[in-house]
Design a protein around this ligand. Structure first.
Ligand code: GLU
Length: 276
């Protein structure tokens, strides 16, 4: 989206854009055939959802975003992936750093004041991850007075403070993966965020058998694809998401990405059906 097709008039602009974007990105921007590309924000540290590995990018959000990009006219090698940490998403969209964001991004009334959302394309629920031998957390209120870890700018941290467990000792980190070491060495008692994300961590080889999910289903998290406010991409992305469910690609992406972690997801939500 940032680069235009090569015409005599835009050749100079193209050359400038390529130089400018090549500085920030970690991908060779000149690789695609006609020079156009789309920039998509995802998480880099959430296995099963959005993850950057030495082999490339993977996860449910990556597959949804790749499908959507294709419907918008961009092949996989025309995508530039950018990390969108929870606290940075609205700003990245407003500034135009990315064309859209698929990063475990819950649709909320507060965020809808700043950005627009296509979707929802997944319904998750806030849960806790605890050490495998800990049976002390059975309800949200059991989190009060516990050492809890979550992420700045997330609904997970906000919900704890607003309603779930206002007396919890909440530590806010920039990413969820940063909480995992603390959980392992008992610096924290629990990590709280969406069950879809926690299932991916619990299934990671280095944590196998060490952690478990509480299964608390404390909230509804309606994952949407964020776009700049007023963008005409919203309608196009909604259409792509409908196609993805209809042609079974959505279910295939679910099986591929959530299957290994044993995450039992909700059925595909209808576009515009936001569960409160
Ligand atoms: N889905 C929640 C949110 O959008 C938590 C996960 C995240 O931080 O990405 O805030």
């Amino acid at each position: 989206m940032k680069l235009r097709k090569v015409t005599a008039a835009s050749a100079v602009l193209l050359a400038l854009s390529v130089t400018a974007t090549a500085c920030g990105g970690d991908k060779d921007d000149t690789s695609s055939g006609d020079g156009k590309k789309i920039t998509i924000g995802i998480k880099f540290d959430q296995p099963g959802i959005g993850q950057k590995t030495p082999q490339g990018y993977s996860g449910f959000d990556v597959d949804v975003a790749t499908y959507v990009a294709k419907k918008l006219g961009y092949s996989a090698d025309q995508i530039e992936w950018k990390e969108s940490k929870s606290a940075d998403r609205e700003t990245m969209l407003k500034r135009g750093d990315v064309d859209f964001i698929a990063a475990s991004y819950s649709i909320t009334p507060e965020r809808q004041k700043l950005v627009d959302f296509a979707g929802p394309y997944l319904l998750a629920h806030q849960d806790v991850l605890v050490r495998a031998d800990d049976d002390s957390i059975k309800t949200a209120s059991d989190l009060n007075n516990k050492k809890l870890c979550s992420v700045t700018g997330s609904t997970s941290a906000q919900n704890v403070k607003d309603k779930l467990a206002p007396k919890a000792q909440l530590q806010e980190y920039p990413t969820y993966s940063a909480c995992l070491t603390g959980l392992q060495n008992k610096a924290i008692d629990a990590l709280t965020t969406d069950d879809s994300i926690l299932a991916g961590y619990a299934a990671q080889a280095q944590f196998k058998g060490k952690f478990k999910l509480g299964g608390l289903k404390m909230t509804n998290e309606n994952y949407g694809i964020g776009v700049k406010k007023g963008s005409d991409l919203k309608a196009k992305i909604n259409k792509a998401l409908e196609d993805m469910v209809a042609d079974k690609s959505w279910q295939q992406a679910v099986d591929k990405n959530f299957g290994p972690a044993g995450y039992k997801n909700e059925p595909a939500p209808k576009i515009g059906d936001i569960k409160s």
